[in-house]
Design a protein around this ligand. Structure first.
Ligand code: FE2
Ligand code: FE2
Length: 187
């Protein structure tokens, strides 16, 4: 189950699931975040983290928008466990922290909340809302705090309608090529 091939198959099978209320699909969001990371000159590990940050939504059996029903699917943790086993913390930790980064950014930049999509605002409350001062200090101490904040900026921007690869297969080929270039790096 913990293999690049399993992830590609998951996207092929479930990637067209709507990304909760955003007007795009999971694979479109993943692809857009990967493109934005690459355009920003991110490392290959951070590009891969950007591609796969919402993989946890595909690993759950919950349908559609769990946040509408008041459920936090803790997708950042389920994805990080899988990614850590395959590529190690440089891919897994920015993914694990991408929800924490939202809570941090809302606490430290009040205007950041206006950049959030409706589903991100809904999930923010379920995920604990803006961080407390103590939580902000702990977050800043993480080695991957900056990566997670960068990933978060692409996450917010990667929800554009009508921006995608020529087709799903082409997007998956891009993902496979990137996966092939990233090797396991222990902590
Ligand atoms: Fe997410
Ligand atoms: Fe996302």
């Amino acid at each position: 189950m913990n293999s690049p091939q399993a992830i590609l198959e998951l996207f092929a099978r479930k990637g067209d699931i709507a990304y909760a209320g955003e007007g795009i699909s999971q694979i479109e969001h993943a692809w857009q975040c990967g493109q934005l990371a690459r355009a920003a000159g991110a490392s290959q590990t951070l590009q891969l983290a950007s591609w796969l940050h919402d993989l946890g939504h595909l690993l759950t059996d919950l349908d559609g928008s769990p946040t509408v029903d008041g459920i936090d699917d803790r997708h950042e943790h389920t994805a990080a466990v899988m990614l850590d086993a395959i590529w190690g913390p440089s891919v897994a930790e920015p993914v694990r922290l991408h929800v924490a980064a939202k809570r941090y950014l809302v606490a430290t930049y009040p205007e950041y909340r206006e950049r959030l999509s409706p589903d991100s605002v809904r999930s923010l409350a379920l995920q604990g809302g803006a961080m407390s001062l103590e939580e902000c200090v702990a977050f800043q101490a993480s080695r991957y705090a900056l990566d997670a904040q960068q990933l978060r900026s692409w996450d917010e921007a990667g929800k554009r309608p009508s921006w995608f690869a020529s087709d799903t297969q082409h997007a998956l080929d891009e993902l496979r090529a990137l996966m092939d270039r990233v090797h396991f790096l222990p902590a």
